[in-house]
Design a protein. Structure first.
Length: 455
């Protein structure tokens, strides 16, 4: 095979995720091209037209086609209508143009890019699946696809969105009175007010259903909260934190909206995270924190109501892990087509193709699973075990996929500049939050056997 010597020592640079990769025609087996053009017609097949667009080259026998990289192999986006697909296009443009160029620097410094908030708000994706109170009443499927689009570029920004739109707005939407929804949701939908969700405690993670220790005492028209929360995303800067505490009078878990500046509320940023470093996780300390009765979520009477919020958002985390795997796969595919060893792109090696196909299989299987999950959700048929199965399965597959992507990049796989290392680290956090794999397995196990095996 004649090789273009200029290409021989070319190294892949850290890539813009939106860019199409340019593959020399020599990289595509001529038999495949011939096959694609079969019938002797001058017209290439739809596959070739879609994926192989020749560009000008000095040597016409080595014309370089552009090959678009798209990890949505079965085109699950087509399951939403054209207006929703257009919205997904805007989300993708936001993620690629506003998030991708700055995210590695933010990740390295563990800083949140506050400058993107106005454009995030303008997209109108916060609270997308809720109806009324400024929200657009979109499908759970679109909401999932939005999460996938964000995570495909960066899982910290997807997590920020999941906490604000899913956990915080979702708690108010599911557990608030109409008056409370009207008070907070419209401003949150525009991202003028940002939310956090505080359930986990330093000593209580998986066992929150039974072991919550933060207390709430009624004192006339106020409540007094005492205790600590840990891992609370967005909490260092949130305008309001939905906080769950146990009422000492009836021993039930209740939800409170604690607004910024509430006396007795302190949020301290957690340091030295090795994953989702852009997310501002905090330890919250409540010392006789006073919250007005009108800030108690009117329809949160017990942990069952908290669990309803988690059921809804767990589906979103499953989608997030799919986006994480998809992003890593796309980076790996671009890299494989650019990186050359033994005088040829590594994408020409059978073992590398095998790795890519394994990744794509994971991504595609997971996409089909969450697609069906959201269809169940939209039909009002979602059960706790449905969401748990998808969260557990997709996060395992994502963890595996990002590991393969890292492997494919060799040494560059651990450099932040090449993006994939960030996906590897972030997948670890997604694997554990909103129910670890073990806890979700136990939820499904209980549903299919009838035996609860948590303790
Ligand atoms: C980056 C990040 C962001 C987060 N954001 C938030 C947030 O915004 N708000 C919030 O409230 N929380 C948040 N969390 C907390 C998260 O939900 C918890 O980390 C998670 O629920 C697990 O709890 P834990 O870390 O205390 O682990 P533990 O509960 O201590 O579990 C440790 C290990 O024991 C296993 N285990 C526990 N119980 C059982 C059992 N019965 N059977 C078998 N195995 C078991 C677990 O699976 C796990 O492997 C966040 C966490 C992270 C890492």
């Amino acid at each position: 095979m004649k090789l273009n010597r200029d290409r021989r020592h070319r190294q892949p640079s850290p890539m813009d995720p939106s860019s199409a990769i340019c593959v020399q025609a020599a990289d595509i087996p001529t038999s495949l091209l011939r096959e694609e053009m079969k019938g002797g017609t001058a017209e290439p097949s739809e596959h070739v037209k879609r994926n192989v667009r020749p560009t000008k080259s000095k040597d016409s026998t080595l014309e370089a086609p552009h090959r678009s990289v798209d990890g949505d192999f079965y085109n699950i986006r087509q399951f939403v209508g054209t207006a929703d697909q257009a919205l997904l296009g805007r989300v993708r443009a936001f993620a690629e143009k506003k998030v991708a160029p700055i995210i590695n620097q933010c990740w390295g410094r563990a800083e949140f890019p506050f400058e993107i908030l106005p454009e995030y708000g303008a997209l109108g994706i916060a609270g997308a699946p809720y109806s009324g109170f400024g929200c657009s009443g979109k499908s759970a499927l679109l909401d999932g696809l939005i999460m996938m689009e964000l995570a495909r570029i960066d899982c910290s920004i997807a997590t920020f969105h999941g906490v604000h739109s899913g956990l915080a707005m979702g708690s108010i939407y599911l557990c608030g009175s109409d008056e409370q929804k009207q008070r907070w949701l419209p401003a949150m939908q525009r991202a003028e007010k940002i939310g956090a969700f505080a359930l986990t405690e330093p000593a209580v993670g998986s066992g929150v259903a039974r072991g919550l220790t933060t207390t709430a005492r009624r004192r006339g028209k106020h409540w007094v909260l005492n205790g600590q929360k840990r891992w609370i995303g967005n909490a260092t800067f949130a305008d309001l934190t939905v906080l769950w505490a146990r009422d000492v009078d009836d021993n039930q878990v209740k939800g409170f909206v604690v607004e910024k500046g509430a006396p007795g509320f302190a949020a301290e940023k957690m340091q030295h995270k090795m994953a989702l470093r852009v997310v501002q996780n905090a330890t919250i300390t409540l010392e006789d924190c006073r919250v007005a009765e009108e800030n108690r979520l009117a329809n949160a009477h017990s942990f069952k109501d908290t669990a309803a919020v988690l059921r809804m958002t767990r589906a979103g985390v499953a989608w997030e892990s799919v986006g994480c795997a998809q992003g890593a796969y796309e980076h790996a595919l671009r890299y494989a087509c650019q990186r050359e060893q033994f005088d040829r792109p590594i994408a020409r090696f059978q073992l590398v193709q095998d790795l890519l196909v394994r990744m794509l299989s994971n991504v595609t299987a997971s996409q089909c699973m969450v697609l069906r999950l959201s269809q169940l959700q939209d039909a009002g048929l979602l059960r706790e075990e449905h969401a748990s199965l998808a969260k557990a399965f997709c996060t395992v597959r994502a963890r595996e996929t990002v590991g393969w992507a890292r492997e494919l990049l060799g040494g560059n796989g651990i450099l932040l500049d090449h993006n994939v290392g960030r996906f590897v680290a972030d997948a670890e956090a997604i694997y554990s939050y909103e129910g670890t794999r073990e806890i979700n397995a136990l939820v499904v196990g209980r549903a299919i056997t009838g035996f609860g095996a948590f303790v």
